[in-house]
Write a protein that binds this ligand. Structure first.
Ligand code: F6P
Length: 341
């Protein structure tokens, strides 16, 4: 078979492991040809593609980012977009497409599947917010980076008797904040799913100082105060209509400093969380996803996404997976709250 592959949306550690797995099994074992489209859906709009042989994927397992490049291009943002994609698939003689992406990339995949394209999606995002899979690869690595940062900030915070506010990514889901905050022993964790009361945050910070230690506050970029006091969105949007987030950390740090009378600093981790080598968990998950996607293609599946359920890789309908975001449930947040203050 001739299989197309692309990586779309924000980059994420583990993308190369998926590409490698598809090529190693497809080209190396099953007699397939694999064509890589560059920069996500842009490659399919503009016919920018490269055949991937075994040599092309040698040495890429531990590499972060994506050797195919990525973009947030949305073919549905232009009238002729979907038809251009279909024509390109035809020109390259693609039998089936394996898009690797989050809600946006897989949302496009869902619509193309409805138009008859054979599609098997692979879920990725550091945000871990895709419904239908227990975990996306990239999340474990991002949490590891954020946890290490929190560990380091504990020691400098304690030395200077300062509050340190750590802003993490995750968009509208608080998974990175929740897991990194729990793993790093944060004294307050703020997530978008649970609007926070500034007075309560200040009380936790003060309590931590009272016990002789310095507080670490982990705040997810999409978190908001109950009274809306700290809205920082710039209003800028990407091609899928997502508002660019960022800035809640410094705003919250300034407020905490004002309210406690003690120095407070913010660290915005930003793209550090997306870069660099994938963790062992992400390498294995991404590799298993790649193998499973190829198997699904060979089985004649379409309109499905491979997913992790417990320890098994399963197939779920793409439409279900992209219908809504997987958010942090109240009971998971309650577990973290036990350690506040
Ligand atoms: O979806 C992954 C993610 O890193 C989000 O956590 C974040 O809000 C967004 O992408 C940032 O996107 P960009 O790198 O395009 O600014």
């Amino acid at each position: 078979m001739r299989i197309g592959i692309l990586t779309g949306g924000g980059d994420c550690p583990g993308l190369n492991a998926v590409i490698r797995a598809v090529v190693r099994k497809g080209v190396g074992h099953d007699g397939d040809e694999v064509i890589g489209f560059r920069d996500g859906w842009r490659g399919l709009l503009e016919g920018d593609a490269v055949p991937l042989d075994l040599a092309a994927v040698r040495g890429i397992l531990p590499r972060g980012g994506t050797v195919l490049g990525t973009s947030r291009t949305n073919p549905y943002a232009r009238d002729d977009g979907p038809d251009r994609v279909l024509a390109c698939l035809d020109r390259w003689g693609i039998d089936a497409l394996v898009p690797i992406g989050g809600e946006d990339t897989l949302g496009v995949a869902t619509r193309l599947a409805e138009r008859g394209v054979r599609v098997v999606g692979v879920p990725k995002t550091i945000d871990n917010d895709l419904e239908g899979t227990d975990y996306t690869f990239g999340f474990d690595t991002a949490v590891g980076v954020a946890m290490e940062a929190i560990d380091r900030l504990h020691t400098t915070g304690d030395s200077h008797h300062r509050t340190l506010v750590v802003e993490v990514m995750g968009r509208h889901a608080g998974w990175i904040a929740l897991h990194a905050g729990m793993a790093g022993g944060a004294n307050v964790i703020l997530v978008p799913e649970h609007p926070f009361d500034v007075d309560a945050v200040v009380a936790h910070v003060q309590h931590r100082f009272d016990t002789g230690f310095s507080p670490i506050v982990v705040v997810s970029e999409g978190a908001q105060a109950t009274d809306g006091a700290l809205t920082v969105a710039t209003g800028e949007q990407d091609a899928f209509g997502h508002v660019r987030l960022g800035g809640i950390g410094p705003a919250l740090a300034a407020l905490i400093e004002e309210r406690t009378g003690r120095e407070s600093r913010a660290v915005v981790l930003g793209h550090l969380q997306r870069g660099g080598t994938p963790s062992p968990f992400d390498r294995v998950l991404a590799t298993r996803f790649g193998l499973a996607a190829l198997e699904a293609v060979h089985d004649g599946e379409s309109g499905v996404m491979v997913a992790l359920r417990g320890t098994e890789i399963v197939r779920v309908p793409l439409a279900t997976a992209t219908a809504r975001l997987k958010l942090v449930p109240a009971e998971r947040y309650a577990e973290a709250e036990v350690f506040f203050g």
